[in-house]
Design a binder for this molecule. Structure first.
Ligand code: ZN
Length: 67
């Protein structure tokens, strides 16, 4: 658990996000953006890249649990 002053929370979060993204290659980076957008009307399975309407907890194509 990181302890940061409240003013630094956004900076710390951004730094962690940048570090995490740095660990991903370009394809994973794109998948991460997609899978993190739970408010979108559609989502794309990070495993098989099937796009489907948000709702089911599992990918209808490959069955990956997205819940
Ligand atoms: Zn899938």
């Amino acid at each position: 658990m990181l302890a940061v002053a409240s003013d630094d929370v956004e900076v710390a979060a951004e730094a962690l996000r940048a570090e995490w993204r740095g660990l991903l290659d370009e394809e994973q980076h794109a998948a991460a953006d997609l899978v993190l957008d739970f408010s979108a009307a559609e989502m794309t399975c990070p495993a098989c890249l099937t796009t489907f309407a948000t709702g089911p907890d599992e990918c209808p194509e490959c069955g990956l649990n997205l819940g």
